[in-house]
Structure formats: structure tokens, C-alpha cells
Write a new protein. Sequence first.
Length: 355
Amino acid sequence: MADKNVTLTLAIPALNEASIIMGNVNELKNWMSENLPDTSFEVLVIDDGSTDGMGELLEEEAAKDKRLRVVHHATNLGRGRGVRTAMENSRGDFLIVLDADLSYGPDHIPALLEPLQNNKADITLASPYHKDGEVQNVPSTRAAISRWGNRVLANSFRSDISTATCIVRGYNRDVIDHLELVNEGKDLHLELLYKAEVLGFRIKEVPAKLIWRDRNRGKPSRRRGGWLLDNPFVKMRHVFVSHFLFNFIAKPKFLFLGPVLLGFILSLYGTASLVWSFVGRVATGQETPLRQTLIDGQLTLTITVIAFILSVFFLFIFFVASQAKRYFEEQYILATRSHYVLKKTYAKLNEKPEE
């Protein structure tokens, strides 16, 4: 719930970052004081079940500085759950989620905040893959996979999006109060954008610089088989699968229209070949031209029939998937509106009367 004394919440989901968290929190606070002195803010750290003492360090600092708050998960619940917890506990009119290692520096805050404050957008995205964005110190293979993966994912959204997987984003209070999210992992980033578009929220990308501060990050480990286990294709295999499934759900045509078109093309080509063969036999006066055409073209006929049946099948599945998607979106809009009204009603009932 918003606090009239807090304009901006800077949220950091973090796990076992005791070695860097205090330095980065202090960097944020100092940057805000120097560059946005008129903006009241809080730093909200989501301790996602850390076991390295990070939570204790943060609590000690929070006891001395009321601009810092800490919310703890009893166990590691995942990045998506960390973002959801940040939304649930945010007190500001606006929320900006940052990564724990500040790979996107504090200088991105004004660019993410300005469109929200001036009602130009409801969600802002830090985008290193924007035409004016930049990536530094990230292993080339990983950067290439991420860049091309985001290009594929961009087709799932109506908005002009170059980077769909980045955690660094800004939200206004309306988005925070309305969105109902369920994912606890990295898929939350996609779910959030998809549902935001369903509800009609405006999304704006901001060119960003992604700079890995730790040059050793992403290097192969020395454990046995480290070269294989640290391979980005192996490490991100679950992400590949989940993102492929998301594309199927968000844009069924992404998966089905290709097979449908290919099946129809093959069936048309096969039919044309058989007809041409039949006409040729009739023109030359061959006996039983139809029978000879079917005997000589058994393989072509088989492929043609199978291609036609498969194209019809995929077309039917595409229709069913599209209808299911439309039904889900309608139900989500209705459920979200109902839940929003209930939350507002509950908040009013629990308001303390003014003395």
C-alpha cells in the first residue's frame, strides 16, 4: 500500500549477496541524495532465503536508517517471487526494481522514473538490446543467446519491446495494485508484460547499459565437468523450454501457422502433380489414365493426403488455442477487476479513524 511520505521505492531482490549488498545499498542511497534530493525514497531489499548472513547485515543497517527496509523469505523462492514480494511491500507511488549487483547502475533511475511521473507510461523497461542500448563485460556467447532470445520473445507482445527478460523495471501504483501474478521464477518477467498488455497498461522501453561489474562472473568453474555445466546452453535449458512454451501461449500462430502453411503447400503441390500427370495421360490417349496415375503416383498421393490431414489438424489446434487464450484473457480481466475492488474495500474498512 502506498505511503504518502514515500514517492519512490527502490527494490532489490537478493540471494547470498553479503559481500556486496551493503556497498550497493549505500551507493543507491548516496546517489539518490546527490542526484534526486527532492524525491522521497526507500530502499527495499528482499532477502530471498540467504544463508550467508546478508539478512542480518541489512537488519543492522535498517535499524539505523529508516530509508532501508528488509523483507525476508524463509527459503529461496526465486527471482519472480522476489519481484512479487517487492510489489506487495512497496510503499512508494512508484516502484523501480534493480538487480543486486547493480549491473544497471543507479543512473538508470531517472530514465525509468520520468515516464511514470509524467503519465507517459505505466511500466518502464531497462533495455540493453534497444538500438541505443549497450552491453559490456558479458560473455559473448551468453550475450548473443540473450539478444536473439529476446528478439524471438518480442514477437509475443503488442508493444515495441526489445528486451523482455530484464528484471530492472519501473511501475506506477496502478500497475502494482492491479496485476495478479503467479510465477516465482524468471518467467515472471514475461507473465507480467503479457498480463499488463491484457489490462491495457502502457509499456515503454528505456535504452540501458548492462555492465557486469564482476569480470569473473560467468567464467567456467573448476569443478569436474565445469566446462559443460557452465555452458550457457546447458545452464539455460529450462529457460529455453519455458520461453518456447510462453510463445506458444501468447501467440499460438508462432507454433502452428508454419505447419499449417507447409501442409497446405505440400498438399497443393501433390494434387497439382497428380492432376498434371492425369491430364498428360488423357492427352496421349492412354488407357485407364486415372488408374495409372494413382498407381504410378502412390507415394505422391500418400504424402499429399498426410500433408492435408496434418494441416487441417494443426489448423484445428490453432483455433482451439486461440479461443482458449481469448477466454483466459477475458477471465483474467474480470477477476482482476473484482480483486481490485475487494482490496480497496478491505483497505477502507481497515483504515484507522483520524483522531
